[in-house]
Design a binder for this molecule. Structure first.
Ligand SMILES: Nc1nc2c(c(=O)[nH]1)N[C@H]1C(S)=C(S)[C@@H](COP(=O)(O)O)O[C@H]1N2
Ligand SMILES: [Mo]
Length: 429
């Protein structure tokens, strides 16, 4: 059950990363305006009670306000919720269409667990670094916090994200949450992995390390050492507070710009080696069958992608005229250079405005002022990153990789605006 009392039907997919092909949420905006509409233009006490709100008067200047609280909460009028996948799949999706800016509130951060969320006592937590090092070391959480801290804003995206928008039979009644909800952005704080690897005396001929989690899946991945020397971190902070249990409390590996799976949560062991370990998650999973009977292994970097978050399904435009098209763009290769918008199904493209801050390996908010003439339109966004990489069409992806691929679907998304103002998902022709 969601907080607003709506039941979310189970997804039929057993795999938590399998995309739901159906929208299961209703806009809270619609809910509130709906309640208001039944009582004229003002919300009545009765309508407010219906939303679970205790209110003695609707004129806030006539009653003393509430006292401060130790831990704040949202306005009861705001009830954003994550969309949960079916019982077997451990995943939840961020409600992109209900957020502003680029940061994801920690309690709305998407989740993907291969075997549930472990509960870890921070005083019992240990991180072992061993293998090709001079000084194998067991770090406590306090040990990790004594090192100089780094803090940066980065997105994390599951490489299984976006599959639903990349099916030829894609459901038009699909929100950006249903389609691309396995993406979130936080400020991550922690210690640079390079600092820890220097501390233990990493051997210069070590080329890979294994990162292993202490969840029931004991999830592990092999990571090239270059990433450690570049920008990898052991993160214990998220948006200013301790990292959430769902995100890996008390500490996770965080690899900016790389497929979410490599950012091993609840990390307990790093083993340095001169070869990859070929764990289950990099052989049976997270590898792509491609053309010619081959498979693509270690496809770490997330390519440039963009996503319109307004107007989208289930929004409905109420009148023609000014509409601000907005969304996010992101790339694992650095910064977003440009986002282009088409309102005529890809016939013509114009630059969107990028809203500061434009940060590397982070979502960037884009905006585009559109004068809607009230006629049917087909909206699309296309991200171009600092390397010159252009977000591809689905056709371009399938041409290169074939149809058997399961991950890294970053194709251009499209939204059809009907003359009655309703909006539906419609991929480029
Ligand atoms: N130990 C461990 N780490 C893990 C996982 C897991 O199941 N166990 N899931 C991975 C996957 S597939 C993704 S996409 C990200 C999701 O991170 P989040 O739940 O913080 O959003 O964590 C990765 N790290
Ligand atoms: Mo993932």
């Amino acid at each position: 059950m969601r907080k607003d009392g709506k039941k979310i039907p189970d997804a039929s997919e057993g795999d938590g990363e399998a995309p739901p092909n159906e929208l299961r949420t209703v806009s809270r905006r619609a809910l509130i305006t709906g309640a208001a509409a039944t009582a004229g233009s003002v919300m009545t006490v009765g309508a407010a009670r219906g939303l679970g709100i205790e209110q003695s008067s609707l004129d806030p200047t006539r009653v003393p306000g509430e006292r401060p609280v130790e831990v704040g909460s949202r306005s009861p009028f705001e009830t954003p919720g994550k969309q949960l996948s079916g019982s077997a799949g451990g995943s939840s999706r961020t409600p992109h269409h209900e957020l502003h800016g680029i940061l994801t509130p920690a309690d709305l951060h998407f989740e993907r667990h291969h075997h549930g969320i472990p509960q870890i006592d921070p005083t019992q937590y240990r991180l072992l670094i061993h293998g090709m090092v001079d000084r194998p070391t067991l770090f406590t959480l306090d040990d990790l916090k004594r090192f100089p801290q780094v803090a940066r804003l980065h997105f994390i995206e599951c490489s299984g994200n976006g599959g639903a928008g990349s099916r030829t039979d894609a459901n038009p009644r699909m929100s950006p949450q249903a389609m691309d909800g396995l993406l979130s952005t936080s400020e991550w704080s922690g210690v640079a992995l390079a600092t820890l690897f220097e501390e233990v005396g990493a051997h210069s001929d070590a080329t890979w390390f294994l990162a292993e989690g202490s969840d029931a899946a004991v999830m592990s991945r092999s990571i090239p050492m270059e990433k450690a020397w570049d920008d990898a971190m052991i993160a214990y902070g998220q948006n200013g507070e301790a990292i959430r249990p769902e995100q890996g409390y008390p500490a996770r590996l965080f690899l900016p710009g790389w497929e979410g799976n490599t950012s091993v949560k609840w990390v307990r062991r790093l083993e340095l080696s001169d070869r990859p370990f070929m764990s289950r998650e990099e052989t049976s999973k997270y590898s792509d069958p491609i053309l010619g009977g081959k498979a693509r292994l270690f496809s770490f970097v997330m390519d440039a992608k963009s996503l319109i978050t307004y107007p989208v399904y289930p929004d409905r435009l109420t009148s023609s005229g000014f509409v601000e098209i907005s969304g996010y763009a992101w790339t694992g290769r650095g910064v977003i250079d440009r986002v282009e918008i088409s309102t005529d199904g890809g016939g013509t493209w114009a630059d969107a405005v990028l809203q500061e801050p434009v940060l590397p390996k982070c979502t960037t908010r884009f905006r585009y002022a559109w004068d809607w003439d009230g006629r049917p339109a087909h909206l699309m966004s296309r991200a171009i990153d600092e390397t010159g990489y252009i977000q591809p069409t689905l056709e371009q992806i399938t041409d290169v990789r074939g149809p058997g691929t399961r991950y890294h679907y970053n194709s251009i998304r499209g939204w059809r605006v009907n003359s009655n103002g309703s909006v539906e998902f419609q991929p480029p022709a």
